[in-house]
Design a protein around this ligand. Sequence first.
Ligand code: HEC
Length: 448
Amino acid sequence: MLIVMTYKVHAVNKKETDEALQEKTSLIQSWLYAAIIFILIAIITSIYFMVKGTIYEGHLMEWLNIVVRVMHITFGIAWIGASFYFVFLENALNRTENVRDELAGNLWAVHGGGFYYLEKYKGAPKTLPKHLHWFKYEAYFTWVSGFALLLIIYYFNASAMMIDTNVMKLSTAQAIVISIGSFIAAWCMYDLLCKSPLRKHTLLFVLTGAVLLIGFAWFYSYVFSGRAAFIHFGAMIGSLMVANVFFVIIPSQKAMVNAAKKGVTPDPQRGKNALFRSIHNNYFTLPVLFVMVSNHFPSTFGNKYQWIVLAAISIGSAGIKHWLNLREQGRLSVWIMPASVIVLLAVAYATAPQASTTKCKEVSFAEVNAIIQQRCIGCHSSQPTDNIYTAPPNGVKYDTPQEIVAKKDLIMQRVVVTKTMPQNNKTNMTPEERDVIRCWIEQGAIIK
Ligand code: HEC
C-alpha cells in the first residue's frame, strides 16, 4: 500500500516536472526567436547605414522588399488559410448523425491522397492530449512582416510614398507618427466598441463599425497619397485582426486549456468574446486582401474620391464573404450576393474614364517628348536624376521615342485617366500637358 502511494506521488511529481520543463523550453525558445529577430534587424539596419547614399542603397531596399514581401504573403496565406479552414469545419460539421455524446460533431474529408476524420468536442476532452496544436504564430508573423514592409516601402521613403504635398504638407516624422498613431487609435476605438453595450445589437454594432472604418478611409485619404492611404487602411484592419488574436482569442484559448487541466469548466464569456472577434476577423479578410493588391490598380487609389471607392469595395467584398459564410452553413440568402456584386459593379462604373470634350489639335511627337523629358525622365530613365529613385521605377524608361510609344497605354492610364503619374505630381505636370499627351495617344501615338 505504501509503495503504491509513493509511486503515485512520484508519478504526479514527474508529470509536473515534465510540464514545467516543457514550459521552460518553450519560453527559452520564444526568447531565442526574439533575439534572432532583433539581431537580424540590427544587422540589416547597420548594412543600410553602410550603403546609404551609395548606388547600392536602392538595390538593398529592393531585396529587402522581395524577401519580406514573400515572407508576408506566405505567413498571410498560412494564417488566412487556417482561419478559412476552421470556419469551413465549423460550418460543415456533421452534428446529427452518429455523433458521440461528448462531441459537437465530426467530419470526413479526402485530401492529398488520404482520408481524414475529424471530431470536435463540445467542451474540453477528459484528458488533454500531450501535443495540442496552436494557430497563432501565423498571425503574429504576418503582422511583423507586414509592419517591416511598411517600414521598408513607406517609412524609409516617406517623402515619395506617403506624402503627397498636394494632399497635405507633412514631414517624414509627422507622417510616421500619424501612421503608427492611427493604428493604436483604431484598436482603442474598436476594442471599446466591442466591449460596449452595442455588441448586443448586431445591426447597430455593424453600422457603427462601418461608420468608424469609413471614417478611417476618409482620414487616410485626407493626409496621405492615394496609394499610401489604401495600404494604411489595410494595415490598420490587419492590425485589428492580429490584435484580436493576441489580446482576446489566444488568451481565451489559454484560459480554456488551463481550466481543462484543473478539471473546471472555463468561463463561457471568454469563449464568447473570442468567437465574437473571430467572426470580425473573418469579415475583414476579403477587404484586407483587396487592399494588399490595390497598389496594382491606380484606377482605384488614383480616383478623386478614393475613400468612397475604398469603402464601397470593402463593403462589397465583406458582403461576398457573408454570402459564402451563409452558403457553407447551408443557408442561402437571395439578395446578399447580387447586392454585393451591384456595389462592386457600381464602383467599376463610377471609376470609368471620362471622355474629354476638349477638341484636339494636331500634336507632334516633339511636343510630347519635351513634356516627357521635363516631367518624367527624372525617374523614368536608365540613369535617373531623382533624389529617391536610383533605378527606373518598374523598369519603365523613356530614353528613346520607341520606349515612349511602347508604353503608350500605360501612359494613358497613369497620366490621363488616373493622374497618378508623375508620382504625387512631384514634377508639377499641368492639366494642359496631360491633354497634349492624351491627344497624341488618341491620334495614334505616332513618332513624326
Ligand atoms: C518621382 C518619380 C517619378 C516621376 C517623375 C514619374 N514617375 Fe512614373 N513611376 C514612378 C514609380 C515609383 C512607379 C512605380 C510605382 C507605381 O506604379 O505607382 C512608376 C510607375 C509608372 C508607370 C507604371 C508602370 C507599370 O509597370 O505599371 C507608368 C506608366 C509611369 N510611371 C509613367 C510615368 C510618366 C508618363 C511620367 C511623366 C509624366 C512619370 N511616370 C513620372 C515614379 C515616377
